[in-house]
Design a protein around this ligand. Structure first.
Ligand SMILES: NC(=O)c1ccc[n+]([C@@H]2O[C@H](COP(=O)([O-])OP(=O)(O)OC[C@H]3O[C@@H](n4cnc5c(N)ncnc54)[C@H](O)[C@@H]3O)[C@@H](O)[C@H]2O)c1
Length: 285
């Protein structure tokens, strides 16, 4: 199957990045949000990111303008009707995602492929909320999407070979490096990364070191580009909390259990960079 037009659900951190890379790669791309205000915020984020790429000399101004012209925003699911691929990047909540996919199933042409960017839910449980589980895959991108090369392409027992190959080829066509992953909660990267960042919070709770020192130690001692708390603020504490709960529910192993401090910070609205404060205070920075 040939992908000619892409729909992206959600224009938060991930949806805006996914829409940007699709538009930059030449695909007419429709972005859908729940209301006009959030849509405008998302479109503004995409425009800002495109401008930044031009400023850094990574994108020609003419290419930015072409990419921007390929993007349209909507609050209406019906605008996805003729998309060949719809990538979902909404909140990490199984009920919300399942309801949205069920609605999408009637709004979008039957031959189109659906993909979820979920971090921790199984693709199978989302696929089964539609009548097209054979045309359903995981396309798991990494933050920030325009920069990070990896995409995990996830197939379920029901995914057809054609769908998997089309999704794999699409990831390459938008300039990413795909890897194939089995449909286990967390796929490859989060299966290994989530226990590490949760353990960093536990180490901090136990007084092993200050936030700054734990971050510095992991950067300089392991060669990581950023420490676990800088990473948590980047990913979003709310998203991490949802992911940990889902993975704990799935595996029932302590290493996936969200530490109390993570929950308290989410309840206090300290969600990381996106809310101006997480483990670090970005108003001060
Ligand atoms: N943050 C990360 O680093 C990261 C990395 C990989 C995957 N993910 C996954 O990507 C998904 C989105 O995460 P995020 O960090 O972008 O979250 P986010 O909170 O930044 O954005 C989610 C957006 O989806 C919108 N939304 C909610 N319901 C919607 C609907 N029915 N239709 C359209 N839009 C809707 C919200 O208004 C919000 O703007 C989650 O499944 C998450 O697990 C996140």
């Amino acid at each position: 199957m040939k992908i000619q037009k892409v729909g992206v659900l959600g224009s938060g951190l991930m949806g805006s990045g996914i829409a940007e890379v699709c538009a930059r790669a030449g695909y007419p791309t429709v972005v859908r949000e729940v209301n006009e205000e959030l849509l405008e915020k998302g479109m503004e984020r995409i425009r800002g990111s495109l401008d930044k790429a031009v400023e850094k000399g990574k994108l020609e101004a003419a290419k930015r303008d072409e990419a921007a012209a390929r993007l349209t925003g909507t609050v209406d699911l019906a605008a996805f009707e003729d998309c060949d691929l719809v990538v979902e990047a909404i909140v990490e909540n199984p009920d919300e995602k399942r309801q949205t996919f069920a609605a999408l199933d009637t709004a979008v042409k039957p031959e189109a492929i659906f993909a979820s960017n979920t971090s921790s839910l199984t693709i199978t449980q989302l696929a089964m909320s539609t009548k097209r589980p054979d045309r359903f895959v995981g396309l798991h991108f990494f933050n920030p999407v325009p920069v990070m090369k990896l995409v995990e392409v996830v197939r379920t027992l029901a995914t057809s070979d054609d769908t998997f190959q089309t999704a794999f080829a699409f990831a390459k066509a938008i300039g990413k490096e795909p890897v194939a992953a089995r449909d286990n909660s967390g796929f490859i990267v989060n299966r290994l990364l989530v226990p590490y960042i949760l353990d960093a919070i536990r180490a901090y709770e136990e007084g092993v070191g200050s936030l700054e020192d734990i971050d510095k130690a992991m950067q300089l001692g392991c060669g990581y580009p950023m420490g676990p708390f800088a990473l948590l603020d980047f990913v979003g504490l709310d998203t991490t909390y949802y992911i940990a709960n889902i993975m704990f529910e799935e595996y029932r192993e302590k290493r996936f259990a969200p530490p109390p401090l993570l929950k308290q910070m989410v309840l206090a609205g300290r969600l990381g960079r996106k809310s101006g404060r997480g483990f670090y205070d970005y108003a001060k920075k």
